[in-house]
Design a protein around this ligand. Sequence first.
Ligand code: KIV
Ligand code: ZN
Length: 512
Amino acid sequence: MIDKLIIFDTTLRDGEQSPGASMTRDEKLRIARQLERLKVDVIEAGFAASSNGDFECVKTIAEVIKDSTICSLARANDRDISRAAEALKPANSGRLHLFLATSALHMEKKLRMTPDQVFEQAKLSVRFARNLMADIEFSPEDGYRSDPDFLCRVIEAVISEGATTINVPDTVGYAIPELYGNFIRNLRERIPNSDKAVWSVHCHNDLGMAVANSLAGVKIGGARQVECTINGLGERAGNCSLEEVVMAVKTRKDYFGLELGIDTQQILAASRLVSQTTGFVVQPNKAVVGANAFAHASGIHQDGVLKARDTYEIMRAEDVGWSANKIVLGKLSGRNAFKQRLQELGVAMESETDINNAFIKFKDLADRKSDIFDEDILALVSDESVAHSNEQYGFVSLSQHSETGERPQACVVFTVAGKEVKGQSDGNGPVDASLKAIEIHVKSGAEMVLYSVNAISGSTESQGEVTVRLQNSGRVVNGVGSDPDIVVASAKAYLSALNKLQSKAERVAAQG
Ligand code: KIV
Ligand code: ZN
């Protein structure tokens, strides 16, 4: 019998709870498609009852994605559960994920419920959910800080009611690997019906140990599901990083002895897609997906790797999707070559029209930039997601003038609900002038909380990728734009953020 580790990705739910990482439905669907290509076992697509927008996201993903199980989070009450079950109706394979806090602190201060009330609600909610769906996951929120005796009582009851997966969250990232592993092992040993459910780990990274804790939960505790996110995206310090857990289990199969269903060659495309969509840049020295993860700068290391790769490399860069040939396309490349490269990069376009639009943008870029790298294509495709014709604001053109000793001036032409408008302004620099030229018309009143520029492929010939984070009335959104001209990239990023601010989606943040 295969001893398999189930990979449960929660980028679209827990990852999205990170301030500024909220995604549109199209963006979520694009990421879900990539997660399916990555062959994750379970995709937590959202928290259906939290807003109509999230309900639609879960439903759309359930309609489109057929190879992975689609899951929705739900508080342990009938309304949330019914709503989640409704959104999951189109799924080939659906899962309801119920959560209810069990730590003394959360029960008393947040829920204002007694332990007996929590026990009853947990039991009844699973009973209710089980009538709607066969695959039920139950999470005692803040489980790691809960009293083990009480936790045993609750978990035994929910398994008896039909919960098929028991997830033990370290909601606040307080655990230490050995202690967390032992905590799960003790629960499994003490609960008489523990063998009737799959055990799962869900670790936050507040002390930088989410991956280590998750792996200890697997090795010491016997968990067979890991909940994680691409690039470790998530609230505060983030969640357990999918790419690190997967590559640890794969590279050290001698130690873990577990099978994985993941197609690891799709990891890098997933990482880039999530980073470009959310504007959360991956640090260069990040394990597995950072730009330096496979770069050998020191002479001794380079010499060693050239003589025998395994002197300094424990994984092959190709196995996680890094390709050896960096320059991929140019001005003369045709539509078929472009389409094929999109496929190799794991980018699925919904229709021939989308491919054509992306190809036009590619040609435009190739006219202005001699070599097109994978990073350029991925940026261009994610730009597609913010430039849909149904968006409120769209970039058209920009001119600006700056000279030493003079105050820079900018003129930006953009569309508002399809109609062209022109804004003009001066500013401290050309970027400042351009964004002010837009703001003069839009009057969003939003506060800019982050502005960052990243050279996509590392040189001055590269495109600049700009992230703008705006905050308004308690909402935080990211806009990303790319262009060889960083002033233009900035204007695109600003318009993209304004589009997101404009979208109505109101969220009731999930807890945890
Ligand atoms: O961290 C947490 O406790 C959660 C639960 C909702 C599973 O995200
Ligand atoms: Zn969480």
